[in-house]
Each structure stands twice: as structure tokens, then as C-alpha cells.
Design a protein around this ligand. Structure first.
Ligand SMILES: C[S@@+](CC[C@H](N)C(=O)[O-])C[C@H]1O[C@@H](n2cnc3c(N)ncnc32)[C@H](O)[C@@H]1O
Length: 279
């Protein structure tokens, strides 16, 4: 695969601008358009991650947690349910609005506290004070122009024993083009997903929302994937050790995600990672 051009400051600004524009426009349809984040198999993996985070952070009276690029609150709401002190950071106002509404709809007892910060990841880290017990990233790093810098900054802001949780990010692709097996799995996923697609069409027709097409820079790092080894080396250099790592298949339906992860093994993988600051 050809080397990607280095991310200049102009390019970084453009990546951020396209992301804000896209996520603002797409926010009302985001949850409906990402069944990969809510199906049963993913929910099971998320429960496992949360159980481990709960154990690793069990010694703290309060957990100061940040959901970076929180979007509609997928991780942030998991965190608040555990009574943690949660900040949801995002540079899309519309995504945060939905996170806020979802939080408000939870039963008051047990929904916990959620602070919303409308800011870019870098700006938040530059302005926020003190240390944190947990940074969560779900499907965010591949959107950030300087994603590895952000991971490093977070590691440096972790309290001793604090954790960094990264999920729904692409590994470097083993192939340049989709293989026939990948196309087959994708087609199967679309077939199994058909009822959900019909539901989304009806929802769009009724509400008038329209699917926004992402600009070319929105998922800037998705095609070549994130350099996991470089990331882990950077984390280890900052005293963060691996506690959980899993490669899995990001599919739209639980059935195909399970089949592909456990039996079919097509070459494109996503990862989830939990690290803990031990030094
Ligand atoms: C694919 S969504 C993931 C949302 C959520 N974490 C989830 O798992 O559903 C990516 C989110 O990252 C946010 N984002 C993109 N670039 C960002 C940046 N530079 N700083 C903060 N948030 C950013 C977007 O606005 C969007 O809400």
C-alpha cells in the first residue's frame, strides 16, 4: 500500500472540519446506521470489557472517566450507569445533543452524572486539569488527524492504576482489495441486516432525515488501519500495560460478526484494547 502523506496542519484542519460537518449532519441517524455497535455479539464483548474495567478500577472511591469522541454516548452512558464521574467530549454539537437526550431519558435513580464538553480531543486535553482514571475511545481514533499523539497525551494524564480503553478501531489491513470471501461475508451481512435497513428507510421517510454521505477525509485512517504495535509501544513507554486485547470482526449483524470472528476469519480485523497505568 502506498505511504500516506504526512498530516500537515492544513490537512489536519480539513479532516477536523469534514468530521464536524459530517457528524453534525448525520447525528439523528447515527445510532440507526450503526447496528454494528449495538447488536448482541458486540453488546456481549462490551459487557466483558466493562466487567474488566470495573475490576481494574474497583479500588477507587470515584472514577474520573472521559469518553473521547463520545458521539451519542455509547461508552459514556455505560460509564455513568456505574456511578462514575463522566465527561463526554466531542466536537459535534449535534452528536452531544443526542447523548444528552439519551442520558435524560434514563431513569433518574442510577443514571449518574454526565458532563458534556463540546470541544476537540486535543483542545480538551490541553485545557482539562488533573489526572483521569479512565479514557475511553470507541470508533474515534481513526477520525483524528494525529491519533497517536492523542493516545500519548491521554496516557500521560492517567492516574496510577488508571485505564485506557480503545475499541472499534481498525487494525492495519492485510489486503489491498476486498477478497471474494470478504465480499461474500459483506453480502451475507447485508441480507441478514435487511429488516433493519427497511426500518431505517421507513424512519427516514417519516422523519424526513436524510443519510449524509461522509467526505473523503472523515474516516481518515480507516483504510490503512491504526498501527497497533506503535500504539502499544507508546503506551508501554508511558507505563501502560496491556490488560485485554482482542481482534474481532466489525459486522452489521451479530450472526455474521460471530461467524466471521470465529469461523470465517476474513482478513480485515478490528481491535479492542484495555491498558492500565502501572508505572
Ligand atoms: C464514529 S463516531 C463514534 C461515536 C461514539 N464514540 C460511539 O462509539 O458510537 C466518532 C465521533 O468522534 C467525534 N470526533 C471526530 N473527530 C473528533 C475530534 N477531533 N475531537 C473530538 N471528537 C471528534 C465525532 O463527532 C463523532 O461523534
Amino acid at each position: 500500500m502506498p505511504e500516506k502523506e504526512p498530516v500537515t496542519e492544513d490537512l489536519a484542519r480539513e479532516i477536523i472540519r469534514e468530521n464536524v460537518e459530517h457528524h453534525d449532519a448525520f447525528a439523528p441517524l447515527y445510532d440507526l446506521s450503526h447496528p454494528n455497535l449495538t447488536h448482541l455479539y458486540e453488546r456481549r464483548l462490551l459487557r466483558q470489557d466493562m466487567a474488566m474495567l470495573g475490576e481494574l478500577l474497583a479500588d477507587r472511591e470515584t472514577v474520573r472517566a472521559v469518553d473521547m469522541g463520545a458521539g451519542t454516548g455509547r461508552l459514556a452512558l455505560e460509564f455513568t450507569r456505574r456511578g462514575w464521574d463522566v465527561t463526554a467530549v466531542d466536537n459535534s454539537r449535534e452528536m452531544l445533543r443526542i447523548a444528552h437526550d439519551k442520558h435524560q431519558r434514563l431513569p433518574e435513580a442510577g443514571r449518574g452524572n454526565l458532563a458534556l464538553v463540546y470541544e476537540g480531543a486535543h483542545d480538551f486535553l490541553a485545557a482539562a486539569e488533573g489526572q483521569f482514571d479512565l479514557f475511553g475511545f470507541s470508533s474515534v481514533l481513526h477520525h483524528l488527524p494525529h491519533w497517536l499523539e492523542v493516545v500519548k497525551l491521554c496516557a500521560e494524564r492517567l492516574a496510577p492504576g488508571g485505564c485506557i480503553y480503545i475499541t472499534q478501531e481498525p487494525m492495519p489491513a492485510d489486503v489491498e482489495r476486498k477478497t471474494p470471501a470478504m465480499k461474500l461475508v459483506q453480502a451475507l451481512d447485508e441480507i441478514v441486516r435487511a429488516p433493519q435497513q427497511v426500518y431505517r428507510q421507513v424512519y427516514c421517510a417519516v422523519t424526513g432525515y436524510q443519510k449524509a454521505r461522509a467526505g473523503a477525509l472523515v474516516d481518515y485512517h480507516i483504510r490503512e488501519g491504526l498501527d497497533f504495535d506503535a500504539m502499544e509501544a507508546a503506551l508501554e513507554a508511558r507505563g501502560v500495560d496491556r490488560r485485554r486485547f482482542m481482534r474481532y470482526k466489525d459486522r452489521k449483524t451479530a450472526l455474521v460478526a460471530w461467524l466471521d470472528t470465529n469461523l470465517l476469519h476474513t482478513p480485515n480485523w478490528f481491535f479492542r484494547y484495555i491498558g492500565q497505568r502501572v508505572r
